[in-house]
Design a protein around this ligand. Structure first.
Ligand code: ZN
Ligand code: ZN
Ligand code: ZN
Ligand code: ZN
Ligand code: ZN
Length: 250
């Protein structure tokens, strides 16, 4: 993905003796920016313009209708571009800087005369004034540290509002805890049910060993009640044993 960055030719303060026609992209008609060239016709275009062109055309021909094969921009072209002196795009806001082609992008990304929007009143301010404005703008949102209420700086947030809000917050927390408690109780019930199922399975498995082996498909008779030993005398391996101890104490 290439960024769309356009430098209008009227921002060129000095062309260094070159013809501007030569240094203009025939797709966007602005100054060539990060140019690439067509191998066939040798014309140069901005890289971002060419990417867009290939996306919308069939992706095979250059604007001059020749078979497009991308190559690097000729070094001579880059040399001519590097001789240009260009006005900062923030000149309309008061920036007086005139920069070389290679220095332009970095300067403009940090220029103090860029406009920045205030997150409160949504008005634009020069970057250098923006911070100070946001420190005092009445429409900036602030958060009360005690009750977490978010309000605009120029609105009031008095002690009674704050207390009411904190009470609301506490009530919400209590309701949440109650819900959690109900869920915990359901889990305990479920575990108790599972435990009693495990207990009855254990009882079945601990029935006395039968001397006459039964065929696998033959249903194994349920042991008579007299053969079932009380659960407390049955060895139950940990952790079931552990669980059982926990619950049998209730
Ligand atoms: Zn272009
Ligand atoms: Zn071409
Ligand atoms: Zn500037
Ligand atoms: Zn503001
Ligand atoms: Zn508060």
């Amino acid at each position: 993905m290439t960024s769309n960055y356009y430098i209008s030719t009227d921002r060129v303060a000095s062309s260094g003796g070159s013809s501007m026609d030569l240094l203009t992209c025939s797709i966007c008609h602005n100054l060539l920016w990060k140019p690439v060239a067509c191998k066939t016709c040798e014309n140069s275009f901005c890289l971002s313009c060419m990417d867009q062109w290939l996306e919308t055309s069939n992706g095979k021909t250059c604007p001059n209708q020749c078979q497009y094969e991308q190559r690097k921009c000729p070094p001579l072209m880059l040399q001519l571009l590097s001789k240009l002196k260009i006005k900062c795009q923030c000149q309309k806001n008061g920036c007086q800087h005139i920069l070389g082609y290679e220095q332009l992008e970095l300067h403009e990304s940090t220029c103090d005369y860029q406009l920045k929007r205030c997150s409160g009143c949504q008005q634009n301010f020069l970057k250098r004034d923006h911070f100070q404005h946001e420190q005092q703008c009445g429409q900036i949102k602030v958060t009360c540290e005690r009750c977490q209420t978010v309000y605009e700086r120029e609105q009031t947030h008095d002690q009674i509002q704050c207390l009411n809000k904190r009470q609301d917050n506490m009530q919400k927390e209590i309701n949440l805890l109650k819900l959690q408690n109900m869920a915990n109780e359901r889990t305990i019930q479920q575990l108790q049910t599972e435990l009693s199922q495990v207990k009855s399975k254990q009882t079945t498995m601990n029935a006395p060993f039968q001397l006459s082996p039964q065929p696998a498909f033959f249903p194994r008779p349920h042991p008579p009640a007299s053969f079932q030993r009380p659960l407390s005398s049955v060895f139950i391996p940990s952790p079931i044993n552990h669980l059982q101890n926990r619950f049998s104490s209730h």
